[in-house]
Ligand binder design. Structure first.
Ligand SMILES: Cc1cc2nc3c(=O)[nH]c(=O)nc-3n(C[C@H](O)[C@H](O)[C@H](O)COP(=O)(O)OP(=O)(O)OC[C@H]3O[C@@H](n4cnc5c(N)ncnc54)[C@H](O)[C@@H]3O)c2cc1C
Ligand code: SF4
Length: 545
């Protein structure tokens, strides 16, 4: 895509805002851990641990393929009736540890995760990108994952995009925040486009990451999970998997502790671990397994992010429209992706890096403030472990990534000047604001990780796939090396930073795994999408550690 063409029209804007074809469960097949008393044992073919972007698609496909399936989920099931559109309340309810998980290192980075049926998809922005083909090519060269090429994955991408209803945001719902940024990008001739999202019936109410109030956002709790129920699977909520029971080098059971203080035992032939890139290494490391590689918990990439704010002499009202509706990929080959980061006033109040009178003044200007995000495809790598029963995520932002942040912030400030901003606020400690088109303070800044305000939303890689036994925790079919019958299907298997938001990648690899476990051929009858996002990533080697 390019800014000079304007944006490609959506195949049908109605596909975006029509919610009439929502997936409905024939029955809600949920058993609550709090209601399980004493010890309970169930017997199934496959036990799936975690119901997020990875776990839910595997459960649905295996159940539809004829297996009996149990899904274990540590969190609870929440529905639209539980949402009140207040970010503070919703963070406490829907996010793991109330959204306060952070990395330790040379700069603290907030790393929010979900904990409920649907995992982090319940609280994500709904942005959908396929894994860029050049990244998949690089996986072949670097990790021996030739079987995951763009052509091989195409039928699985199509299947995921159909089930998730991936459609492009129409301009009229994109919100003023996106439109002023687009104006700046167009003036500079930078490539960008309206984002593709998984929605049915979106009305642009601007609160996707705190519980979509219309059920428009297609988190997997209203797509894959009900489809799995329709095929006979059961979800056990409030059940935290603790132990894998193995005999003779083969998995036999999963034991979980329940919210009611009792124990659930799932006897099965097959286990798919899908606890996410933070949860999966913790769970697997707690087992007495002899793994073939030492990579478990290592190679954590997080796609760190920050935001630039700007004040205009016009109404923007970030609370209206789709918060993440536009992206700019002009600098994607440098590892820089810009994406919308709008939100309602109480979200802005939490995220503006100011305090006291300055914060109050900025909040009074909220109607004319714009905020846009910048993500860096990281070369830095972290690791995940547990110490004294506490989660520790160690991650140091390296010099190259810090320099990339400096470049990205300068570019985003430049864009805001081109868009007509009055004041620009870079997220760098010691540089409060820029005025009159000036960029010198950012240009002259000596990059230092600790001066940046960072968050991250895309943890990947801690049980990475690699065809070479010593290098990958799982093989090219996502089988855990060292024990029969255990596979992994979540962000932890994705072996590198991918430069784009990862949910479609995770769902697609999970779908491919399910077809492999069923011994079924790829679904070649899936309809071709009329359009997909094609971010300009051509040099992934330069982006990968
Ligand atoms: C605010 C935010 C916005 C985002 N926006 C986007 C976006 O727009 N587009 C995009 O592509 N990505 C986005 N992401 C990221 C995306 O949602 C995640 O990459 C994806 O959901 C990860 O999938 P997963 O299967 O690895 O883990 P998760 O979806 O996190 O699922 C893991 C599940 O396992 C459960 N679990 C963990 N341990 C256990 C255990 N021992 N027993 C039982 N259950 C357990 C957890 O409770 C959780 O429900 C966003 C993330 C955040 C935080
Ligand atoms: S903009 Fe509103 S309606 Fe649309 S997906 Fe987000 S929360 Fe739901």
């Amino acid at each position: 895509m390019s800014s000079t063409d304007g944006h490609r029209p959506t195949r049908d804007a109605r596909a975006y805002s029509d919610g009439s074809d929502a997936i409905r469960p024939a029955a809600v097949r949920v058993e609550h851990g709090r209601d399980i008393s004493g010890e309970r044992t169930v017997r199934v073919d496959a036990c799936i641990i975690g119901t997020g972007a990875g776990g839910a698609p595997v459960a649905k496909e295996l159940a539809e393929g004829g297996m009996t399936v149990a899904m274990l989920e540590e969190g609870e099931r929440v529905t639209t009736d539980d949402f009140n559109a207040r970010p503070r309340d919703m963070m406490a309810r829907l996010y793991r540890d109330a959204g306060q998980i952070a990395t330790l290192g040379n700069v603290p980075i907030l790393l929010p995760l979900g904990k409920a049926v649907a995992g982090t998809t319940l609280i994500n922005s709904g942005t959908c990108f396929r894994t860029p083909p050049a990244v998949l090519e690089m996986w072949g060269e670097r990790f021996g994952l030739d079987a995951m090429g763009a052509a091989e994955l195409d039928p699985f991408f199509r299947r995921v995009e159909r089930i998730q209803n991936v459609v492009q945001v129409p301009e009229e719902l994109a919100g003023r925040n996106a439109l002023v940024v687009k104006r700046g990008a167009d003036a500079l001739g930078w490539s960008g486009d309206f984002i593709y999202r998984n929605v049915r019936g979106c009305v642009g109410s601007g609160i996707c990451t705190f519980g979509c109030p219309t059920s428009a956002k297609q988190h997997v709790g209203i797509t894959y999970v009900p489809l799995a129920w329709n095929a006979g699977a059961t979800t056990f909520t409030g059940c935290r998997a603790r132990r894998l029971v193995t005999t003779g080098g083969r998995v036999r059971s999963v034991e979980a502790s329940t919210a009611g203080g009792s124990r659930l035992r799932v006897d099965c032939d097959l286990v798919v671990v899908a606890c996410g890139a933070i949860g999966t290494p913790l769970f697997l490391r707690a087992q007495d397994l002899r793994l073939d590689s030492n990579e478990l918990g290592r190679n954590l990439s997080i796609h760190p992010a920050t935001g630039v704010r700007a004040e205009f002499d016009e109404d923007i009202n970030m609370a209206e429209g789709v918060p993440q509706s536009y992206f700019i990929d002009e600098f994607a080959d440098e590892g820089i992706m810009f994406e919308g980061a709008a939100g309602p006033p109480d979200y802005a109040a939490m995220s503006f890096p100011f305090s006291g009178e300055r914060h109050r003044e900025l909040m009074l200007s909220y109607p004319s403030i714009s905020q846009f995000g910048l993500m860096v495809s990281d070369l830095s790598r972290g690791h995940v472990h547990e110490r004294g029963g506490l989660l520790q995520i160690r991650y140091d932002l390296n010099r190259q990534d810090t320099a990339t942040f400096k470049r990205g912030i300068e570019l985003l400030c430049e864009l805001y000047w081109a868009a007509g901003a009055k004041v620009v606020y870079p997220p760098i400690e010691g540089i409060a604001e820029l005025r009159d088109g000036d960029l010198s303070a950012v240009r002259e800044w000596e990059p230092r990780p600790g001066a940046l305000t960072l968050l991250a939303f895309h943890p990947l890689g801690t049980a990475r796939a690699d065809a070479r036994p010593a290098n990958g925790v799982v093989d090219e079919n996502l089988a855990l090396r060292g024990v029969e019958g255990i596979h992994v299907a979540d962000g932890s298997v994705v072996p590198s930073s991918i430069g784009v938001n990862p949910q479609i990648t995770i769902m697609t690899l999970a779908t491919r795994l399910a077809f492999h476990l069923l011994g079924a051929p790829a679904p070649h009858d899936e309809p071709e999408p009329e359009a997909i996002a094609e971010p300009r990533i051509t040099r992934p080697h330069a982006l990968t550690a």
